[in-house]
Design a binder for this molecule. Structure first.
Ligand SMILES: Nc1ncnc2c1ncn2[C@@H]1O[C@H](COP(=O)(O)OP(=O)(O)OP(=O)(O)O)[C@@H](O)[C@H]1O
Length: 299
């Protein structure tokens, strides 16, 4: 198998009121992977560990084949772009162009044309002080800065936070174009369903500090369906026998609404049953997350 972009093994970080892990995770090269999960599930903590900004209690992380936090990692960091969830306050007094002058020295592959192009597309004025920029403006600057050296691996922690709809569309286009090179990798945390649907090839669900699954996006969206069923005169249906059964709800008379996480198997099973499929509808990603969350919490 080709070397993955990210390999996380037995990773644990214990905090007073929160435990991340143990996490085992392999993120493939050349794709966009989205991490989704509720607030406080550990997404940003995971990014900080990858950047060696905090240390794990157990386990290890490999980025682009190199272990994080073991040797001098400045060469590794040159291959990575990172947009943190929150801008760094201590830089507020700097003008954006001053920060750029500082940052670009760390990256031999810094591409001034690419940087200027990103600033132009995002309409960022770099003569402003960072602390005086609006949240969205600062985000757009941070994204431009993180991508100007054309990193092999781009780590984006809620990149669209604060972006207006036009800037959001620009960001989607910018990431699509970046991915066209074929060998680039994005790992992004996001709460925006539309963003994940448009960008992600793979989805990782993180809940309560644990990875509860990694799925190929299209397969996942094809697996979760609401099925509208007519039970006819059948009074004692064994709903749990339906493959991937999640829930059932009466919608009046002999009609029922069933959610399954194994749509194809459920459809085949239903063909041989006395239940009649009247209609069907895909679940949205946020609804799928909600269902997975209920499973984890044992609701
Ligand atoms: N420096 C810290 N010290 C102690 N606990 C922390 C620290 N940073 C984060 N936490 C805790 O770790 C947990 C995970 O937080 P984290 O920011 O990683 O979640 P998240 O999934 O990124 O959330 P969100 O979607 O709200 O951004 C939370 O319970 C948070 O309170």
């Amino acid at each position: 198998m080709e070397q993955p972009a990210i390999k996380i093994t037995g990773l644990v970080q214990k905090r007073e009121q929160f435990e991340l892990g143990p996490i085992e995770l392999v993120i493939p090269k050349g794709y966009v992977t989205a991490i989704i999960g509720p607030n406080g599930s550990g997404k940003s903590s995971l990014f900080r560990l990858m950047l060696n900004l905090t240390k794990p209690d157990l386990g290890e992380i490999e980025l682009l084949g190199e272990k994080v936090g073991v040797n001098d990692d400045h060469l590794l960091k040159q291959k990575i772009g990172y947009v943190p969830e929150q801008a760094i306050d201590i830089e507020d007094h700097l003008r954006a162009e001053q920060k750029t002058d500082f940052v670009r020295k760390w990256y031999p592959q810094w591409d001034v044309n690419r940087y200027q192009e990103l600033l132009r597309r995002f309409e960022v004025d770099t003569s402003r002080k960072l602390g005086r920029m609006s949240k969205g403006m600062r985000r757009k600057y941070d994204i431009s800065l993180a991508m100007a050296h054309n990193p092999e691996l781009l780590l984006l922690d809620e990149p669209s936070s604060g972006l207006d709809p036009i800037a959001w569309k620009t960001m989607i286009e910018v990431i699509h174009r970046y991915m066209e090179q074929g060998d680039r990798t994005v790992l992004m945390a996001s709460h925006i369903v539309d963003e994940v649907k448009r960008l992600a090839d793979y989805i990782v669900f993180v809940i309560q500090g644990k990875v509860i699954g990694m799925y190929e996006k299209d397969t996942l969206l094809e697996s979760w369906y609401v099925l509208y069923l007519d039970a006819g005169d059948n009074r004692h249906v064994d709903w749990r026998a339906i493959p991937g059964f999640q829930s059932v709800e009466s919608t009046g008379g002999s009609m029922f609404k069933v959610v399954t996480g194994q749509a194809q198997e459920a459809q085949s099973w239903l063909e041989t049953s006395e239940l009649r499929v009247i209609g069907q509808q895909k679940l949205e990603l946020d609804e799928i997350l909600q269902r997975l969350l209920e499973q984890v919490r044992g609701v």
